[in-house]
Write a protein that binds this ligand. Structure first.
Ligand SMILES: C[S@@+](CC[C@H](N)C(=O)[O-])C[C@H]1O[C@@H](n2cnc3c(N)ncnc32)[C@H](O)[C@@H]1O
Length: 175
């Protein structure tokens, strides 16, 4: 099952509704652990990641595995893959308004590697895209938390587009 939200409280509720004791959970973009603490109430194994400098001090106080790294990088994915080769729940919040294209690529990489039963994504652009689709042709549907049609692709290599991204051009750069 794949769930989307924008409001952080909706995101937390969507995660908590899906958790069962003993689940293995990967949380991408945990910041200082407000959602992590709610997840840990459910007696799960949690691996949480964030690349912000302020995350480590708070996260290291919690009963989980914290990795202070950029989740877009293949080496980060491999670090987690050495610990676990699958998960029950994948939660992704890289900042609610954060680039939907990046969030979707992160979802694609992590979900096709760890094949979660459920993925919950907090991202405004993806909610807007989902709510705006008025027609979809082709009967592709996924029952798990990953895209079924890519399930046998193996661990994807570093996605090239991450290196190609540029910030929005600014008028000042033309002068
Ligand atoms: C809105 S905060 C997450 C809040 C958290 N889900 C909560 O409920 O408290 C978004 C986090 O994503 C992290 N983030 C954004 N891009 C990232 C990346 N490429 N790798 C790792 N963390 C990233 C940021 O450092 C930030 O802490």
């Amino acid at each position: 099952m794949i769930k989307l939200s924008y409001d952080v409280n909706d995101y937390r509720k969507q995660i908590e509704d899906l958790l069962s004791p003993g689940d293995v959970v990967i949380e991408l973009g945990c910041h200082t652990g407000n959602t992590s603490k709610a997840i840990l109430e459910h007696n799960v194994r949690l691996i949480a990641l964030d690349n912000s400098p302020e995350a480590a001090e708070e996260m290291n106080k919690l009963d989980l595995t914290f990795i202070n790294a950029d989740v877009r990088l293949h080496e980060t994915l491999m670090e987690v893959f050495k610990l676990i080769q699958g998960c029950d729940v994948l939660a992704i919040d890289l900042g609610g308004g954060y680039h939907p294209d990046t969030v979707f690529k992160v979802f694609y990489i992590w979900s096709s590697t760890f094949k979660p039963k459920h993925t919950i994504i907090r991202n405004r652009g993806l909610v807007e895209f989902y709510n705006s689709v008025t027609e979809s042709l082709g009967d592709y549907e996924s029952e798990g938390g990953f895209l079924d049609s890519y399930k046998d692709s193996g661990i994807p290599p570093q996605i090239k587009e991450f290196e190609l991204w540029t910030p929005m051009p600014k008028k000042s750069t033309l002068e």
